[in-house]
Design a protein around this ligand. Structure first.
Ligand code: ACO
Length: 333
């Protein structure tokens, strides 16, 4: 019989931009108000990359912090997995750009990008868990990172108020013998019916005449917020039920729920549906907006920084996003 290894999060590191954009700043750019944004989304401010800054630099910095935190040397990393739908460029991959920045000590570690939009971190965790459990890889740098400021249309008030930027990395590897920490279950899924509702359009064969390009010719994000809202509130509970069943656990065994931070109202509705107390639900959308794939590791970073996350605590993670995609995981810290 082949035994499998349990994957653990050995370290975590985050790098968010210094540049803060408040709701009042946005109200000077588009027809909106702080009151509308706070009431409808819970967002008060977000961090954005400054012109000329590259996501690859943020990813490399987050990776170095995660390796330091884990006490794992760069030379042991055998795979870099970058989860993003907003890379600096399409090819070469952002993971290879990060590889280049981290330097020769990495040797021939593999590197590639994964695009599952806001569910990216959980898709990446799902895949990395299998690669470690089967012994295929031993030290994986899983990096979630997004540059929304590069793809938003700052004349479209229905999208530009929602998003923020940043990078967060985890080092994954087998847990030590006898430890009960690590990943207990993951699940991922998709629903192609959602393809029409969130799109990031490039000049490509799907859109030869580029009808939705911004005036500067760059692609931008379009979203049917009401449709996404309906999907998100429904799939939130579905994904959590699925992953808890896989882990053989119930909601009352969960110390913290860390949901994707897309909208405070979606999080509250989802948490109510699964009967989890508000104080056990991590909410930081107020300070960062929707950072897509970054929001879950950013939630873990905040819990740690606040001294609330203790060894042995059990986390439920859940996300949904463009595609549609969804993912969930149960992790013991
Ligand atoms: N300021 C002021 N008014 C606004 C703004 C704004 N920034 N944006 C829209 N409005 C107006 C609309 O024009 C509309 O006016 P009308 O009634 O006169 O037509 C009114 O406000 C209501 O608009 P709705 O779109 O119905 O507002 P809603 O309450 O649905 O909130 C929101 C919009 C916040 C986008 C919400 O639908 C939402 O959060 N949806 C889910 C988004 C999400 O989860 N995305 C995650 C995936 S993203 C990814 O994967 C990349």
């Amino acid at each position: 019989m082949t035994s499998t290894l349990r994957t653990g999060i050995l370290g975590i590191g985050t790098r968010i931009p210094d540049n803060v954009l408040t709701n009042d700043d946005l109200a000077r750019i588009v027809d909106t108000t702080d009151e509308w944004i706070v009431t409808r989304t819970g967002i008060r401010e977000r961090r954005l990359l400054s012109p000329g800054e590259l996501l690859a630099d943020y990813g490399a910095e987050a990776a170095r912090r995660a390796l330091d935190n884990a006490g794992v040397p760069l030379s042991e990393v055998d795979l870099i997995l970058a989860c993003t739908y907003t890379p600096d460029r399409l090819c070469p991959s952002l993971a290879c750009d990060i590889h280049h920045r981290l330097g020769p000590e990495l040797g021939s570690a593999a590197a590639f990008d994964l695009n599952a939009a806001c569910s990216g971190f959980l898709y990446g965790l799902h895949l990395a868990d299998k690669l470690i459990a089967t012994g295929t890889h031993r030290r994986i740098l899983l990096i979630a990172l997004e540059n929304h400021s590069g793809i938003l249309d700052f004349t479209d008030r229905s999208t530009c108020i929602l998003f923020g930027d940043g990078a967060s990395a985890v080092v994954l590897g087998p847990v030590e013998d006898g430890s009960d920490s690590g990943i207990y279950a993951t699940c991922i899924g998709a629903d192609g019916e959602g393809t029409a509702h969130i799109q990031l359009l490039h000049d490509g064969p799907m859109h030869p005449e580029s009808p939705h390009a911004r005036n500067d010719g760059q692609p931008y994000l379009r979203m049917n917020g009401r449709e996404v809202f309906k999907y998100a509130t429904r799939v939130f509970g579905v994904a959590l039920d699925e992953v808890l069943a896989l882990a053989g656990m119930s909601t009352d065994q969960i110390d913290f729920l860390i949901p994707h931070q897309a909208n405070m109202r979606i999080i509250r509705a989802g948490a109510e549906r699964i009967h989890i107390a508000p104080e056990r639900v991590v909410m930081n959308i107020e300070r960062y907006g929707n950072t897509a794939s970054v929001s879950i590791p950013l939630g873990i970073t905040d819990l740690l920084a606040e001294g609330r996350l203790k060894k042995g605590d059990t986390l439920a993670l859940v996300a949904f996003g463009a595609g549609y995609t969804y993912g969930a995981a149960v992790v013991k810290w």
